[in-house]
Design a protein around this ligand. Structure first.
Ligand code: SF4
Length: 328
């Protein structure tokens, strides 16, 4: 049975088709002590579609905290006392400076991220437009943003100002979402992804794992992302934040994280799979195995509200693995 599903995963993966949801259930039932058999398949599939190149993304938290939503994992929600640093939109000069710094430590994609589900003030849109214009002239990275559920006119304005890629996570499956967020509906997030695609952006949409979701939920999320035909899938692992409802949820093991990455590579074989938040705390010394599991990208530098590790260590890790940062 195990041999059969791995053979199917390899054949379909190499062709770029990917496992169906029913086949994926079988894959996830392979016990943890056979993780290396799964990795030997996911590594081949990643190499077929992505070679030895790795995308390095960096972000800036442009507007922090004070969000009216209640996402149970998030330290930026106004509903929880998490003691994070809260501030309104940073000025364009500060955002451009953060982009230059990220370029300096090796990132090739730079995302401006804001808390909340929308950009409410015209002033904030103007800051974003100024930032994008300045980046076009002085920073050689891809310009990305994660700004919530935006009106199509705003998306169009940002695209015309030089934004290339738009990020909006679905976070988890439609079935599990009400356990995580009660202040907006799943369809609003799906619509945001569709709007970004229809505006012509390269679209990143993925989720966060370790919230208490089941393998069935993870497969449901992967199936939805497949249907939406997103370009890149950010994979985050919960780093429980003090003060949030999930502060005590230490649900993941390094093997489980690797299996999650492999699941996404084998269901969506030709897409970008980018490991983002929670890498260090959840993978620990198994971080280099994310590439064998199928990742072809990772976030470098700091996360939104928590520090990342020294980018030099990440570049060294890639070099030791014989992998090459894209664009270097
Ligand atoms: S994940 Fe985004 S929408 Fe949800 S609480 Fe955090 S900042 Fe708000």
């Amino acid at each position: 049975m195990t041999t059969e599903i791995l053979k199917t995963a390899l054949e379909k993966g190499l062709k770029g088709v990917g496992l169906s949801a029913t086949e994926a259930i079988e894959l996830t039932s392979i016990p943890d002590d056979q993780i290396y058999v799964i990795l030997s398949i996911s590594e081949q599939v990643r190499r077929r579609h992505k070679g030895v190149e790795v995308n390095l993304c960096a972000i800036v938290n442009a507007k922090s905290g004070l969000c009216k939503e209640d996402c149970a994992f998030c330290s930026q929600s106004v509903k929880y006392s998490t003691g994070i640093n809260e501030y309104p939109m940073k000025p364009a000069s500060t955002l451009v400076e953060a982009a230059r710094e990220a370029e300096g430590y090796g990132a090739r994609e730079f995302s401006i991220v804001t808390s909340g589900t929308k950009i409410e003030k015209d002033k904030d849109v103007s800051i974003l437009i100024d930032t994008l214009s300045a980046m076009k002239g002085s920073v050689g990275m891809e310009r990305c943003a994660s700004l919530g559920i935006l009106a199509r006119e705003t998306l169009k304005k940002l695209k015309d100002s030089g934004l290339e890629s738009y990020h909006h996570n679905l976070e988890t499956s439609r079935s599990f979402f009400p356990n995580i967020c009660t202040t907006h509906g799943y369809d609003e997030d799906v619509e945001a992804v569709k709007a970004a695609k229809e505006t012509g952006f390269f679209v990143c949409s993925g989720g966060i794992f370790g919230l208490g979701e089941t393998w069935k939920d993870r497969i449901e999320l992967a199936s939805t992302l497949k249907e939406l035909d997103v370009d890149s899938i950010p994979v985050n692992f919960l780093n429980p934040r003090p003060g949030t409802p999930l502060e005590k949820s230490h649900n993941l093991t390094p093997f489980e994280c690797l299996k999650i990455i492999a699941l996404f590579r084998l269901m969506l074989p030709a897409k970008d799979i980018v490991v983002c938040g929670g890498r260090q705390v959840n993978l620990r010394d198994l971080q280099p195995l994310i590439f064998a599991a199928g990742a072809n990208g990772m976030m470098v530098g700091n996360y939104l509200t928590t520090p990342g590790r020294d980018p030099k260590d990440d570049l060294k890790m890639l070099d030791d693995l014989g992998l090459i940062p894209r664009g270097h």
